[in-house]
Design a protein around this ligand. Sequence first.
Ligand code: URP
Ligand code: ZN
Ligand code: ZN
Length: 486
Amino acid sequence: MSDTTLIRGGTIVTAEREWRGDVLIAGEKVAAVGEGLQAPAGAKVIEAGGAYVMPGGIDPHVHMELPFMGTVSVDDFLSGTACAAAGGTTMIIDFCIPAPQQSMLEAYKVWRERARKATADYSFHMAVTWWGEQVFNEMGTLCREHGVNSFKHFMAYKNAIMVDDATLIASFERARDLGAICMVHAENGDLVFRMQQEIFARGIHGPEGHPLSRGPEVEGEAANRACQIAGVVGVPLYVVHTSCRQAMDAIARAKLAGHRVFGESLVQHLVIDDSVYRNTDWRSAAHHVMSPPFRAPDHQQALWGGLQGGTIEVIGTDHCTFRTEQKAAGKSDFRKIPNGTGGLEERMSVLWHHGVGTGRITPCEFVAATSANAARIFNIHPRKGTIAVGSDADIVVWDPKATRTLGVKHHHSRNDFNIFEGMQVTGAAAVTLSRGTILWQDGKLQPREGRGQYIERPCFTDYARSQTVRNKHFAPTAVERQEFVP
Ligand code: URP
Ligand code: ZN
Ligand code: ZN
């Protein structure tokens, strides 16, 4: 079989521009981009007339086989990366989450083992779930030896993986000195805990209690706190799954103050509102239980505005799927419903349909939000996130006219529920190539277990330290400050 492929006659789109041209792939890399390229003898030819040729999607927020709330999410690295490919996504970044007191390096090994079956590429953020000298040291090892440049902090999930401000500050300082980026799940976990108790005591036990216990203020407070702490410490910050105006405002304020803060929203939050929790069908309502919860429609408008205006750089999914029998753990107590929804396969089509199809964003902005910005923020650009000579041939040939009805019957997830059930979308992946290998074509998956590669992401050099606020407050620190401050 030839290892050369020519994608002919499409409209190539990157985050910067779109133009008519051909893409020649040799082995795993893009070998040439131009007009009228000739297919070498024996090359495979993909006719892309009428289609867009875009960098494969990167979803930097997913959880495969995550042990969480007493169960394990059902999509694993094989089904998850297969779903991804069917939807035009060629790389995921998962979260390695050590149990409190567990070694990060030990957890990293466990996640690497789990991920060996992936059919497309993957990488890991590391969660900081406790603090101590071991964590301080292991953060350094992960950065230097394992290509982990991002550290996630859960400000919610009290009595489980939540961290307090002291841990946040210590970890932010360490990440800053390593040239890493910090991430936060921004909800005030103490407030959530208190509200959950109150709401449950009032006799509200069903899924409708979930959004009541974690309103937009709960998220806005935590987002603001994280942004301000990151600004004072002087570390870049990435706020995951921003779902409401209050959190968006906190991110926008921090950006305007010159802090290097990035906003992520989920495609689910853009198109689904909080009416789902008023559904009297328990199963449906429970399948929408995720954190932060779905919000009232005015928040969706704010998120679209944030995406259009640059407060939100990335649209991810937080793909974390639980089947009905798992959600049933919270049948009589909403606090026990495992939190999480899917979306990895649907992300690109839903964003295209509701974003590009409505004129809210351009195809270039679509590429930025689904691929290029994540590649830049997590330091794998231009290997990923663009179409250029030398880049990995992670490419989606996108049919802007293809229509799909989303739902369980058509998806490749192991979940028995789809929160987009019945949604009709126009715009879908016709062919998905992962480092030159076709994983999806003509509506058929061709997954190859174990061909996905772990992608190392080196730490940042200059830009992580170009913080105006930090420069005002601190003298520059050594790149590799080694002392541990308890
Ligand atoms: O509800 C959610 N989002 N579940 C996955 C874990 C997380 O908070 O990201
Ligand atoms: Zn989260
Ligand atoms: Zn998550």
